[in-house]
Design a protein around this ligand. Structure first.
Ligand code: CMC
Length: 431
């Protein structure tokens, strides 16, 4: 017998179906709440609201579990690669050899950036924040592919736009970096894997010089970081992507909105904020106490960046993998970054502090990622762009699942109005 939940209001008793996910989480299906009772729910920040059912990613914040399509993140980080993980997220299964090769080929042979996009990127001030450039350039792509803007994209067009966007996002990120450094663009090199090509397009010293070797340790470290960022179920940017996509906006516009949501320091922008905080501690002499006190002070808006998570209340499994990778990468590259010791000391100190213990605040994915990005030569203001590259397949998977669902509806939350009820227009001169 299916379970129900009972709601008692002054107007009567109502029953709502309880639905259960494959991992045992339970939800009360309130889709008929307003029509049956006249009430809506109110859930500031949506901490108790399921916006959809999804087969893509599972996470259990109490136990620190993260799985893409049922596969633990630890296994994927150790054995897979970013392109395979992208296929898995988007298509719902691991590819066989032929499928993987064909997917990779499609990304590699995806169209070069249109000249117009290069020109738009070149119009930005060199010190513009790259996240604004990425969002603008992604939305601008819509102008160059009118045939990919259909309300209901055919499977054939999805097969085209998805690998194209995966390839072009990398090209836009590297193009703006080159512009910011007053260097010419480097074209993609089809003989390189995704991460090596990214590094080549960023740092190749000669324009179109395809001979420059990419350190495999660097490419490998980047690959793991992108896997760890690839999806995280209904987070702020993925929910934005679903929200925008639910109006049947085209994929370029939808992803552009996801980039904007990710930019904020409480979300993807935290990776930049963490390294800036660690640098500030270093400059200040390396003592953490002052910063911990600031983070605990309710009159101070400062937060310990890279700490805390809406869902993880035990540990973030991605942070564990990254912390380990940090040691390995810095050692392999022979880099001695003082902020790594500061980060470790700060973490240890915070984890002993009752403020952080009571609130179940642990390091999140962004606490150590910036140290690796910096070791790889990626400038601080590009850290969140790296998150974009990693998260893109997750956004696409969430969007695809939504638009292909027969249950899809435009997302349109309600509100409880608390404003003025008897307003009257007053002529300008009389105000
Ligand atoms: N430093 C100090 N106090 C904190 C922190 C922090 N980093 N995070 C949460 N708190 C406190 C908060 O002040 C509140 O205290 P009280 O109960 O006394 O009012 C309590 O912990 C609960 O915090 P919350 O703001 O209600 O929690 P939330 O789920 O709304 O916010 C968060 C989650 C990630 C936005 C928050 O922990 C935060 O601001 N962290 C720092 C920014 C950060 O690292 N963001 C990256 C998140 S992981 C990557 C991603 O998903 O993009």
């Amino acid at each position: 017998m299916s379970k129900t939940a009972k709601l008692i209001l002054e107007s009567g008793e109502y029953e709502f179906p309880v639905i259960e996910g494959t991992e045992g989480e339970k939800a009360i299906d309130i889709s008929k709440l307003r029509s049956d009772t006249g009430y809506i729910t109110l859930d500031n920040g949506y901490g108790n609201t399921g916006s959809c059912t999804s087969d893509v990613t599972f996470l259990n914040g109490e136990k620190g579990i993260l799985k893409y399509r049922g596969i633990p993140i630890e296994q994927l980080a150790e054995k897979s690669n970013f392109i395979e993980v992208s296929y898995l997220l988007i298509n719902g299964k691991l590819p066989n050899e032929g499928e993987l090769k064909s997917f990779e080929e499609k990304i590699k042979s995806a169209k070069e950036l249109p000249e117009g996009i290069h020109n738009i990127i070149k119009q930005f001030p060199r010190d513009a924040h790259p996240m604004g450039v990425m969002a603008a350039a992604t939305a601008a792509l819509s102008g160059f592919y009118p045939e990919l803007l259909d309300q209901d994209l055919s499977d054939e067009k999805k097969e085209r736009i998805i690998p194209q966007l995966l390839g072009q996002m990398k090209a836009m990120a590297t193009a703006f970096y080159r512009h910011s450094r007053e260097k010419g663009f480097v074209k993609k090199n089809a003989s390189l894997d995704y991460c090596s090509d990214f590094i080549n397009m960023m740092f190749n010293e000669g324009e179109d010089n395809l001979e420059q070797a990419v350190d495999p340790a660097v490419a490998q470290a980047l690959d793991v970081l992108l896997i760890l960022h690839a999806d995280h179920e209904q987070n702020c940017s993925a929910s934005s992507v679903r929200m925008i996509g639910s109006s049947k906006a085209n994929l370029f516009a939808t992803i552009s909105g996801g980039i904007d949501a990710l930019w904020g320091p409480l979300h993807g922008g935290a990776n930049q904020a963490v390294i800036e905080m660690l640098d500030a501690i270093n400059k200040d002499g390396g003592g953490y106490k002052k910063f911990l006190d600031k983070a605990k002070d309710k009159d101070d808006p400062f937060r310990l960046m890279g700490f805390g998570h809406r869902v993880y209340k035990n540990f973030d499994p991605r942070a564990k993998i990254i912390k380990k990778a940090c040691d390995t990468v810095l050692e392999k590259l022979g880099i001695d970054d003082p902020v790594l010791d500061i980060a470790k000391g700060l973490e240890a100190e915070a984890l002993k502090d009752p403020y952080f213990v009571e609130r179940k605040l642990y390091p999140n994915v962004d606490f150590y990622s910036g140290i690796i990005y910096r070791a790889l030569g990626i400038p601080t203001n590009m850290f969140t762009v790296m998150f974009v590259l990693g998260r893109l397949p997750g956004w696409i998977a969430q969007w695809k699942e939504m638009i292909e669902s027969p249950a899809m509806k435009i997302c349109r939350p309600r509100q409880i109005f608390t404003g003025e009820t008897k307003g009257e227009y007053i002529e300008l001169k009389k105000r």
